[in-house]
Design a protein around this ligand. Sequence first.
Ligand code: ZN
Length: 258
Amino acid sequence: MVSIRSRSSWGARSPRSRSTTSWSSRREVTLHYSYGPESQTPRQIQAHHMDGNGWSDVGYNFLVDSEGVAYEGRGWTVVGAHAAPRNTQGIGVCYIGRDGMTDAAKRTVIALYDEACERAGRALARRGHRDINSTSCPGSGNYSWWKSSNFRDVAGNGAHEPPKPGTSAPRYPLKAGHWFGPESADARNHSGYWSADRPHIRRIRDRLRERGWSVATGDRYDTELAGVVRAFQAEKGLAADGLVGSATWPVLWTAPIT
Ligand SMILES: [Zn+2]
């Protein structure tokens, strides 16, 4: 079961009206992109749809951000407003961002698709918005990934089997003697205060999650993350300082997953 942030958890406004359909009417999962920055929030998209377009609610059934977090839009069986005239047949899933979905987002879209097929009791078609309307949505790269028979081949796909330990770790992104850790006055410490460090911290969090640790998404190195890193280090026989430096970084990828 894919974990989905409920409407109340992201502060959704109530719909002005809604109409439902049934699983027997569902035929396809339709991929979209928001064509906005990855930092766009479901609330902003909902406001645009309700106040700008005058719709009754956010148009999509689900939204997925670049970190792979799924948000409930209209949900599984409410008719959306995303790809007329196929909103009854199609479950609209919107990637919050542009062309070039992250692997984390792809994995979540696959998980939503699998759950939709399971609930429908049969395989649903994979469609892109451009299959239905004259639009570039969901972007050429996103579209060709979604339509490809290899769409499940996403790096680190942990949806159905535990990820294999990587054969090689990505290059350590910091200078020698620097590390990732919670905010500190030490100039060698990288907490995500500087935006250049944030993708790396997001990567540490993603990799820990792939390894089965319970870690929130995000791009800052907080004390909660330090606690998980400390436990990981202890398990792997590393110095358990809660910091990710050049010794801990590669082990996140190369150590066997236990
Ligand atoms: Zn679209």
